[in-house]
Design a protein around this ligand. Structure first.
Ligand SMILES: Cc1cc2nc3c(=O)[nH]c(=O)nc-3n(C[C@H](O)[C@H](O)[C@H](O)COP(=O)(O)O)c2cc1C
Length: 185
């Protein structure tokens, strides 16, 4: 698959088949995560693979919210990857402080997309989950309370077809040489 096709194949899958994920596919996805870039190569992440069905279902419960109807699909996914922010290195921390931007948040966004694109290239579906009960997840997985759990990614064989993407038009998100400036042609 060329890169553009891979980008189009990746989507937030919210329905999964009752089918396990092969070990080699998971290993390949995790290796792609390991290769993700990060500010000053700090790699400020730790990924917990939750593949024990009982523990995974507890994590899934911590992502769903009855009142708002959020994330009821997560239990269907056989694997949840839980991404924890780890301490960055000195140079990244210095950069974050001087430039007033928390680089680990950007780094973790990148590692998450590496995971989702790698999953798509293995024929798997994924969904990034930002809405979950963080303290419940920490308790279930014995994560120290001082740490931040930033994202959970559900992984599994998607039960639904690829959708057409709904996105802002290109001229609303790109300008040339000056903010808001359209290209001449
Ligand atoms: C940081 C982040 C958090 C997200 N959290 C959730 C979530 O809690 N539940 C969910 O169903 N989708 C979640 N999504 C998926 C987005 O809704 C989705 O990426 C967006 O609507 C675009 O659709 P697509 O991924 O299918 O292209 C999240 C995506 C990102 C990047």
């Amino acid at each position: 698959m060329d890169f553009k096709s891979l980008v189009l194949a990746r989507q937030s899958d919210r329905s999964y088949l009752d089918q396990p994920i092969e070990k080699d596919k998971l290993a390949s996805i995790l290796e792609c995560a390991r290769m993700a870039p990060s500010a000053c190569n700090a790699q400020p992440w730790h990924i917990i693979v939750v593949d024990n069905p009982e523990i995974k279902n507890k994590v899934a419960d911590a992502t769903s919210e009855k009142l708002l109807g959020m994330n009821h699909f997560t239990k269907q996914a056989p694997i949840h990857l839980v991404i924890i922010e780890e301490a960055a290195n000195l140079t990244s921390n210095f950069g974050s402080w001087v430039k007033r931007k928390h680089f680990p948040l950007i780094d973790i966004g990148i590692v998450a997309e590496h995971i989702c694109l790698a999953a798509a290239s293995e024929g798997l579906g994924s969904c990034m989950i930002g809405w979950f009960d963080e303290s419940k997840v920490k308790k279930i997985l014995n994560i120290p309370s001082s740490k931040r759990v930033l994202l959970i990614i559900t992984l599994g064989y998607a039960a639904k077809e690829t959708r057409t993407k709904i996105r802002k038009p290109i001229d609303k998100i790109v300008s040339y040489n000056s903010y808001g400036e359209k290209s001449a042609d």
